[in-house]
Design a protein around this ligand. Structure first.
Ligand code: TRP
Length: 379
């Protein structure tokens, strides 16, 4: 596995298939060899987007490769395309929505196309238990969530791997031919017991980086907004892009939304600590009520000593999604530390906000059922 891999159980592991331990994002920047988002680059971004998006301002998106190059080309009149995706292993939770919301923002500001890959094949290959019927069911369900974020069919192209493999196949062959087994093994940690489908598979995640040229004739870079665990794919793809006559794909990387437990990212495999988009109000309430916070043993103690928002999962939801006003966020933090606001009050607020948000999302998700075909990539 990658160099950010674990020696023991508490240590950080960040690979495309596993994220555990306390994630040290500065260390990932060093080990993956990416660039932090610096003020100069942000000032440039701001010229195009107007006020910086909350996820940039708070460094939820914190690192990149070649964002500067993509902006330079854009300033000279060459547009980029956006590319991101989803492995349909189960229902979408609010952590998945974080980079999608940001992608939507970029699409709106830069008026670019989005290619969105749904990797039912990947999830089938890496999970011994899964079936293709199951992963394609989740492909459909997850696409509804993507559409509910607000993407428009005119410039959003969903690629369902098993349905659209004919479109990707020649590109995956070009890619696969130029990546050696030794490079793939050291980037992805393959072992003797790894099935051979999985070994080929990275070529399929690389292909949408280059699909725009095939569809339109335009050779422009792809900018990929995604969580940093996907970075190994982009490293191998960037190495071979120019040899194949394409631009290197650029990335902008985000953090993981923590789960509702003590530490760890939100993960669909731990449903009790994840808020799914389809969770009904009473389920949301129950999950939040059981969530880990930075509170004290008793209310009296907390009033006296204050609590610790830095370890609190609820505070993170305000930070990532639900308190857009930074002054109000600071005020919440201050009251928490001072013992002026107890966890119950904070939880009541977040339940109300979450349920309001999810209600709107579910309405849009229902409507998406009628228009989902309009998003399917056209040849
Ligand atoms: N491998 C990703 C996952 O398991 C899915 C994916 C495919 C993706 N292409 C992508 C994610 C591009 C981000 C960007 O979720």
């Amino acid at each position: 596995m990658s160099s950010a891999n674990a020696e023991n159980n508490n240590e950080m592991v960040v690979t495309p298939w596993e994220v555990k331990g306390k994630v040290d994002y500065d260390r990932l920047i060093r080990e993956f060899g990416t660039q932090p988002l610096n003020p100069e680059l942000l000032a440039r971004l701001e010229k195009h987007t107007g006020k910086l998006h909350l996820q940039i301002e708070r460094r939820i998106f914190f690192s990149h490769r070649d964002l500067d190059t993509v902006l330079s080309l854009y300033e000279q009149g060459t547009k980029f395309v956006l590319y991101t995706g989803r492995g349909p292993s189960g229902p979408v939770h609010i952590g998945h929505l974080v980079p999608w919301i940001f992608t939507r923002h970029l699409q709106e500001k830069f008026k670019t196309r989005l290619y969105f890959q749904i990797t039912d094949d990947e999830k089938f290959l890496i999970d011994d238990e899964s079936t293709l019927a199951e992963t394609s069911k989740w492909s459909y369900e997850n696409a509804l969530d993507l559409i509910a974020v607000g993407f428009k069919p005119k410039d959003t192209f969903i690629i369902y791997d098993t349905k659209d493999i004919d479109l990707l196949y020649d590109i995956t062959l070009e890619v696969a031919k130029r990546i050696t087994y030794s490079t793939a093994r050291s980037s992805f940690g393959f072992q003797d017991s790894t099935n051979i489908g999985w070994v080929y598979w990275p070529a399929i995640q690389a292909a949408p980086c280059f699909i725009h040229k095939k569809l339109t004739g335009e050779n422009v870079p792809a900018l990929i907004p995604a969580a940093i665990d996907q970075d190994p794919y982009w490293r191998v793809t960037r190495d071979i892009a120019q040899k194949l006559g394409y631009c290197k794909p650029a990335q902008i990387h985000c953090r993981f939304l923590p789960g509702l437990g003590a530490g760890g990212k939100m993960s669909a495999s731990m449903p009790e600590t994840s808020i799914f988009t389809t969770d009904l109000p009473n389920v949301v309430k129950k999950k939040i009520w059981n969530a880990f916070t930075g509170g004290r043993g008793t209310a009296a103690e907390q009033r006296k000593l204050g609590a610790d928002p830095t370890v609190c999962s609820i505070f993170q939801y305000y930070f990532f999604l639900f308190e857009e006003d930074s002054t109000k966020l600071e005020e919440r933090q201050r009251k928490c530390c001072a013992g002026e606001m107890l966890c119950g009050e904070c939880k009541i607020d977040i339940v109300a906000q979450l349920n309001k948000f999810l209600e709107g999302h579910r309405e849009r998700r229902e409507k998406a059922k009628d228009i989902i075909e309009e998003y399917h990539v056209k040849r």
